[in-house]
Design a protein. Structure first.
Length: 180
């Protein structure tokens, strides 16, 4: 049978050992409490110190509004043949963010850069530029678009939608990458 409290008949060394155990328990509890507080308060400092490393992740978190597509120098090489870019961004799913990407086409129209969606307007399959045929092709049901994303054949009901972009610090950003 276990006794938890010192009785009047317990020998003095047994009473001492119980007091020491209790003191140790309390000390550990206090250490754990302060350790937890230090971790909570220290987290922003650690985050600040490591922020250069996690900068890219933070950029992606912002990418729900503006997602980086490519440096302007790379876009300037684009001509009248659509070039596909895979744009990374984040979506909020349930209780966490998930990194995803989407394909977009970039092309020059009258010297101006144009971005448009690579998702077919029929049922949303990703399309691709078919160089030998000189058209954008949807592999699902044979939808065809010209180099500017205008429907030229198959079931798609509409042209591929144009997308809004901006240039900032010599980088091209796509607006609201989860849409369109
Ligand atoms: S999804 Fe593209 S043609 Fe049907």
């Amino acid at each position: 049978m276990n006794h938890t409290a010192a009785g009047p008949t317990d020998p003095p060394d047994r009473v001492d050992s119980r007091l020491i155990n209790r003191r140790r328990f309390m000390e550990r509890g206090i250490f754990a409490l302060f350790g937890g507080l230090a971790a909570i308060l220290g987290l922003p400092i650690v985050r600040y110190v490591l922020s250069p490393i996690f900068g890219i992740k933070e950029d992606l978190a912002l990418s729900t509004q503006w997602a980086p597509v490519a440096p302007l120098s790379e876009m300037e090489k684009v001509e009248d043949i659509p070039k596909t870019f895979h744009v990374p961004y984040r979506i909020f799913e349930g209780w966490r963010y998930r990194d995803v990407s989407r394909p977009v086409f970039a092309v020059k129209e009258g010297g101006e850069l144009v971005l448009f969606s690579a998702y077919c307007t029929h049922l949303g399959c990703p399309t691709f530029w078919d160089l030998p045929r000189g058209t954008i092709v949807c592999p699902c049901h044979g939808g065809l678009y010209n180099n500017l994303g205008q429907v030229v054949g198959g079931p798609p009901p509409r042209d591929l939608p144009r997308l809004v972009y901006k240039v900032e610090n010599d980088v091209v950003y796509l607006k609201s990458p989860a849409e369109g």
